[in-house]
Write a protein that binds this ligand. Sequence first.
Ligand code: PHE
Length: 449
Amino acid sequence: MSDRNASDREHWGSRMGFILAAAGSAIGLGNIWRFPYLVGKNGGAAFVVIYLIITVFIGLPVMMAEFAIGRAAQRSPVAAFGAIGAHPFWSLIGWMGTLAGGFFTLSFYNVVGGWTIKYMIESLSVLLPLAADGKSGDFFNAFIGNSYQVVFFQVVFMALTTLIVLGGIGKGIERACKVLMPALFAILIILIFRSVTLPGAEVGINFYLKPDLSKLTGETLLDALGQSFFSLSLGLGIMITYGSYIGREERLPSSAVWTASLDTLIALLAGLAIFPAVFAMGLEPGQGAGLSFVTLPAVFAKMPAGMVFSFLFFMLLFFAAITSSMSLMEVATAFGIEKFKWGRAKTVCVMGVVIVLLGVPSALSLAGAPQIAGKAFFDAVEYLCNNVLLPVGSFLACLFVGWMWLPQACSELTNEGKLAFPWMKAWIWCVRVVAPIAIAYIFVTGLKW
Ligand code: PHE
């Protein structure tokens, strides 16, 4: 795309379209699958509080910074830093982000994306009867232990992502997000209603909403930091790429506030749908990656017309996942087009195959092997991306924007001084000082394989 010049670069059709697309990238498995299981693993409400603090003071300012870089550069992340006149060192951020996002994150993301397709189908057959007998955990374990199936659904998910990305920005990504995101929201509300009215739900509500700060450790902080970046799609160049498609007249700060708020809202709602049910049904909140896939079918089994709701829910989860995976894929694609000067169609297909192959070891590792230094390959890639590459990428982005590129960033955030941005001072403090120090501190104290 960027082999054309900036003025005929494809742009979002409308402001709403852009916010929904950015929110579509942000809202995904991270909110509904990953956030609740980290809350469960890290002891409940205390994690939620830390997550919120980090999102406001670190995530949101970093998102504004990424939007600013993207719109100023009108390039994909690898070329963006050169285009705005930065020293070649800073292109490292773009390179790292492209590798971490377009390739590694997407490689495990599409595995979980495949689960949503499997669950959509099984909702219509054995899933709910099994869940009604308390066997949703066995069902999940049997599924992820069956490598052929997991790889099969992973390939299907990736093939669908590839097809949408082939359609381009406006027609493919933007149009899909406009319809799917509101539908997801509606069904979450219905689920919450069922979950909090189950007998015994109060214990779960307390676990989720009453913080016990003694449960905090360095690891919790790093989990919260990584999750905040992951959920907001930061540190990987996604928001640089999406920012590069924003029109010159848009307000970047308020777009970022909208995107981050919608993303956080959906994560919080997902927790509210899941935890009351977990406790009401005597399930284990800290069981890890299977949490939503085990708990929610049990909730559906207790609802009238549960099958319909289950099908709809996994369908929407699938859509939430695919609007995120296509944003990840867009990074790999924009990179291929710029670097190799291939056409869009060829690039998308080649990248699709490469990413599927990268994901296969993750898919297989759910059944036990391969492992990296004692962690299943899947967990290792996930940890490396979210708890290492994302924080490091965002740390560097803060240093760059806060210390090397501040006047231009301020001008970008205010549309060359034409817009008021009352929080400018606070934003500057966050990107220059608060975010880099906090990220460095949390990273050093929390890193634990
Ligand atoms: N934010 C997405 C989610 O929550 C995942 C994602 C991460 C997408 C990074 C793009 C970039 O599921």
